[in-house]
Design a protein around this ligand. Structure first.
Ligand SMILES: Nc1ncnc2c1ncn2[C@@H]1O[C@H](COP(=O)(O)OP(=O)(O)OP(=O)(O)O)[C@@H](O)[C@H]1O
Ligand SMILES: [Mg+2]
Length: 453
């Protein structure tokens, strides 16, 4: 039974014999490693940026939350602890009223968190403070304090420790101050000011950061890990493509080399031998004192043969009629080639070939050419059929001979000979496929399938 094989799978061994240039192998590795490094670097930089951004946002959120807490706590303390012990005597500096408030501040308010407590009147005089040296001092009121007086709202801000009213505070300790209006029993509005250590505010920011960091950073790490296989696969594909490109390049170079060797061999075995023979017989005729008619005729015949052989070689190298007269005419010229070697050649073109693209036209011509060359070189055939037909959207070229065939599974590897392999690559490049069907003693069919619109 005849075996059928895509030509692409053929001379892996030939390819393997050609050593890859070591520089390009190194550069491939570098590309792979470079890509992995670039990927890891990007992941680390992204992680750092997100961590910094998240820290900044959490700090801002934490500060906002801590200030809100301080406001709420001050309001609670004012209502529950301070207002019930406010006496009108505070307005006049009555020591008993001051002592009553001082007891509550020291007993209930200070232990909680405050650093300092002050009670202001509208004029900006301190009526009470846990720091006795401030009581009775006049500092005036700032815009925020005045606003709090006017609107009855709670205000919170960072303390300006350089102001005289804060001269007893440690300059190194940042403070947050909260104001809120309170009333004495006779309805006089005063301003209660509580100071909180700023540390608690920044701690709140950190707390939020630590709460969110594992989710934010964790999800980023997971994302990077999930993407890693994709990155690796892409790097591999890139490397594979590079290798394929290199292999194609090598094959192209080898194919050119092989072609040059073949032309040289053709010239040497054919035309050069013929012309050498002519020169020899003309030389002999001259020496014998005159060319006889018979010798001259033979010499002229051989020169004509040589010219014909040179012409067909030129056509093979660059077939002018492929572009001037079309593919059908070029195939007809090709088919006329094996005739003189005693191989009957039949050509059947069953579909129009005029509107094919340049790539398709050249490929069909070259496959037919290589198929016929192989029949002449390897098949020991008596007949070869070239057929071009169309099946749906596929144009099919077949070159079938009745020769010795071959064992596709045990093909001899001939280094430097890759006529079909090079064509298979060419076919692959334009989406076409090349297959060989053959068995020992059962002839060979080379088939090209080209997708057409
Ligand atoms: N029609 C055929 N009949 C019998 N054997 C064939 C035929 N065509 C190809 N082969 C076998 O397949 C091998 C590979 O063919 P291919 O055209 O790739 O290389 P080549 O003809 O040996 O060398 P090159 O074409 O590079 O000059 C041939 O060496 C030959 O053994
Ligand atoms: Mg060949």
């Amino acid at each position: 039974m005849a075996l059928r094989t895509p030509v692409g799978g053929w001379p892996a061994a030939v390819r393997a014999r050609v050593p890859a240039p070591s520089a390009s192998v190194d550069s491939e590795r570098l590309t792979g490693r470079g890509l992995a490094l670039r990927y890891a670097g990007t992941a680390v930089v992204t992680l750092l940026l997100v961590a910094l951004g998240a820290a900044y946002v959490s700090r801002a959120l934490g500060i906002e939350e801590a200030i809100d807490d301080a406001r709420r706590m001050t309001r609670g303390l004012a209502q529950i602890a301070v207002e019930p012990v406010l006496r009108d005597g505070l307005l006049t500096g009555d020591p008993e009223a001051i002592a009553a408030l001082d007891a509550v501040v020291r007993g209930q308010v200070m232990p909680d968190l405050q650093v300092r407590v002050k009670l202001w009147d509208r004029s900006g005089t301190v009526l009470y403070s846990d720091e006795p040296r401030l009581i009775g001092e006049h500092f005036g009121l700032g815009a925020d304090q005045l606003e709090s007086f006017a609107t009855g709202t709670v205000k919170a801000e960072l303390s300006n420790l350089s102001e005289p009213e804060n001269r007893f505070e440690e300059p190194a300790n940042e403070l947050l101050e909260v104001y809120l209006p309170v009333r004495t029993p006779n309805g006089t509005m005063l301003l209660l000011e509580c100071y909180y250590g700023y540390e608690s505010v920044t701690q709140a920011g950190q707390k939020i950061w630590f709460r969110f960091a594992p989710y934010t950073l964790g999800s980023l790490v997971l994302l990077s890990l999930a993407q890693a296989p994709i990155a690796v696969a892409l790097a591999r594909r890139l490397r594979r493509n590079q290798r394929q490109r290199e292999a194609l390049l090598r094959q192209a170079i080898e194919a050119t080399d092989t072609e040059r060797r073949r032309i040289a061999a053709d010239l040497h075995d054919g035309v050069v031998q013929d012309l050498a023979g002519v020169a020899f017989s003309l030389g002999a005729a001259t020496r014998s004192g005159g060319a006889d008619v018979q010798q001259s005729r033979e010499a002229a015949d051989r020169v004509r043969q040589a010219v014909k052989a040179l012409r067909s070689l030129l056509v093979e190298i660059y077939p002018p009629n492929l572009y001037e007269e079309g593919l059908a005419a070029a195939l007809a010229d090709l088919a006329a080639g094996p005739g003189p070697r005693g191989i009957r050649t039949e050509l059947a073109i069953e579909t129009p070939l005029d509107d094919l693209g340049v790539d398709e036209t050249e490929l069909i011509y070259r496959v037919a050419q290589e198929g016929l060359r192989n029949v002449v070189a390897h098949a020991r055939a008596s007949r070869v059929d070239i057929r071009v037909h169309r099946r749906d959207r596929v144009l099919v070229l077949s070159v079938a001979d009745d020769g010795s065939g071959m064992d596709l599974e045990h093909l001899p590897v001939r280094p430097g000979h890759l006529g079909l392999r090079a064509l298979a690559d060419l076919a692959h490049g334009i989406g076409a496929g090349l297959t060989v069907e053959s068995a020992l003693g059962a002839g060979t069919t080379l088939r090209l399938e080209v997708p057409v619109p």
